[in-house]
Design a protein around this ligand. Sequence first.
Ligand SMILES: Cc1cc2nc3c(=O)[nH]c(=O)nc-3n(C[C@H](O)[C@H](O)[C@H](O)COP(=O)(O)OP(=O)(O)OC[C@H]3O[C@@H](n4cnc5c(N)ncnc54)[C@H](O)[C@@H]3O)c2cc1C
Length: 383
Amino acid sequence: MAESFPEIREAVRKLCAQFPGEYWRALDRERTYPTAFVQSLTEAGFLSVLIPEDYGGSGLGLSAATAVLEEIHRSGCNGGACHAQMYTMGTVLKHGSQAQKEAYLPKVATGELRLQAFGVTEPGAGTDTTRISTFARRDGDKYVVRGQKIWISRAEHSDLMVLLVRTTPRDEVARSSDGMSVLLVDLRQAVGNGLTIRPVRTMLNHATTELFFDDLEVPAENLVGEEGKGFRHILDGMNAERILIASECIGDGKFFIDRASAYAREREVFGRKIGENQGVQFPIARSHVQVSAAELMVQKAAAMFEAGEPCGTEANMAKMLASEASWFAADTCLQVHGGFGFAEEYDIERKFRETRLYQVAPISTNLILSHVGTHVLGMPKSF
Ligand SMILES: Cc1cc2nc3c(=O)[nH]c(=O)nc-3n(C[C@H](O)[C@H](O)[C@H](O)COP(=O)(O)OP(=O)(O)OC[C@H]3O[C@@H](n4cnc5c(N)ncnc54)[C@H](O)[C@@H]3O)c2cc1C
């Protein structure tokens, strides 16, 4: 099957060639943000592909965005620093007021405003989002926010954040997913005025942070959509996020397969190429089979999203299959390289650490299996 969006892919590959392994290794060592890479992607227009033309973007569908992210990852780069600039605006686009769309989207499209922080997870709630306790109390023409978030990526490199808060306590609503709301927080004004951001050092360079809200004031006009319906408002964005991250896993998988098969063709031990040994060859072939199958599910989920069909199950399945396929490919690639797989200069150990994330975030595999087991197959719920 011919590759989709060949021109976009070619242009992304060319851009990524300017950011080789040593660029990423240096950042990884210091856990610093890939500013130059993000700037290049922004200038080339790749981060605004999902923004409608009326607001200055290219108005393409999710499949085009998956092609961009897949190529970034296949090239050995990482889109984690900026992928959310593509899709976080979706909540504003779909549920925001006309005034909000006009105020923010054109500037997000040019990159003048970075809207790439998405604040949902809390230490006390974990995956059970209905248990979030960060609370926004309405006080005249503003909300006053108190609480804490964890694992909020890119908050230090974002101007705006889509924040999920409770506006009615959980025990006062009929359904636990009611009573939550989405606020658009201007981080430039918030930091030092009720919001503290603390970086969390992790096993990969992902610019993730903890947030502490201590009576942060947010103008009431920054409420996105309807008060109390915030959980529903962010669901669509979560499907887009899962499909896009699945495409990053497909790119990672292809990166590992490219590297592993090239090495297996070249490396000689016991007087023959290691790839002649089926014990080496077959796991690489299996990786290719798994990544190719996962890619089909990513394409299906993206097509359903673009058609406006409910695609929560397919987005979840795509993310699960792709993250497991990329992880198997990573493990295989490391093994094929023997000791050299552990050497920084090969970039395999870095990509190995990076791709592991996607079985946990943005949603862990068990929760996907639980969704399929109960919502699709009708088995009893465990929670
Ligand atoms: C690097 C990084 C970046 C992130 N970026 C963001 C971000 O930008 N914004 C944001 O809001 N969040 C972000 N996250 C959070 C991420 O979405 C969560 O870590 C993820 O959803 C898992 O939630 P948790 O860590 O609270 O795990 P928990 O909910 O504490 O779960 C722990 C483990 O138990 C399992 N488990 C829990 N309950 C059940 C059950 N009933 N049945 C079976 N298994 C269960 C889970 O599958 C998981 O493996 C990020 C996380 C990381 C590590």
